[in-house]
Design a protein around this ligand. Sequence first.
Ligand SMILES: Nc1ncnc2c1ncn2[C@@H]1O[C@H](COP(=O)(O)OP(=O)(O)OP(=O)(O)O)[C@@H](O)[C@H]1O
Ligand SMILES: Cc1cn([C@H]2C[C@H](O)[C@@H](COP(=O)(O)O)O2)c(=O)[nH]c1=O
Length: 213
Amino acid sequence: MRGYLITFEGPDGAGKTTVINELIKQLPKTLQERTIVTREPGGSKISENIRTIILDPENKEMDDRTEALLYAAQRSQHVSEVIRPALAAGKIVLSDRFIDSSLAYQGVGRDLGVEEVKQINDFGTGGLEPDLTIFLDLDPAVGLSRIEKERAGQEDRLEQEKLEFHNKVYAGYSELLKLYPDRIKRVDANLPIKDVAANSVKIIRKQLPDIFM
Ligand SMILES: Nc1ncnc2c1ncn2[C@@H]1O[C@H](COP(=O)(O)OP(=O)(O)OP(=O)(O)O)[C@@H](O)[C@H]1O
Ligand SMILES: Cc1cn([C@H]2C[C@H](O)[C@@H](COP(=O)(O)O)O2)c(=O)[nH]c1=O
């Protein structure tokens, strides 16, 4: 039985974490048992340590290239320690963010270039690509207001960036949707959580029918 990597992407506050938790409840029991949930930045001890450094609001002087390399480094460790072994064991890996976050946030948001950022990530991951990516589509201003409502004053370094940066990231995701139309599928994240999750399950069924056999 082969494993599958399904990633969830979108602006900050689009609902990735909430939707993954809801979506699992909507999967058949046998699939729930085969599924693991992980996240980026993070997913392993070393990667979570790198996450703390990247997101610390005190680290204001972090250079954009350092930021891109730290995201690539945490991903390299996450892939080798968690994702590849799970895929080899036939698991369905649901990752809350993966490489497309780097392409959108660092490649476009930080102006480092999508191809350049892809190259450093491919070095780190051995070129591992998701089987499917669900893009939770939401106006970045709405996502940021959801976060503010949830934990005002506790935003991380990236969430503290200006709306202009988040709008650039959104434009980056729009580019990626055009670049990878077969892999990245859009879901309206304005809908109630149950519907966002149900629509995501529908896409998984359509794109990866073998999982449900
Ligand atoms: N469809 C939705 N409608 C209304 N509120 C939502 C919806 N989805 C998530 N939320 C709320 O928005 C907030 C952010 O949700 P969540 O943490 O799941 O987003 P995220 O995309 O994982 O955020 P981040 O990018 O910071 O990791 C939470 O308070 C959550 O309850
Ligand atoms: C993986 C990854 C993430 N980011 C950004 C996106 C968010 O603002 C933060 C943390 O993510 P979370 O969803 O709030 O847990 O990091 C990024 O810029 N580049 C990446 O590769």
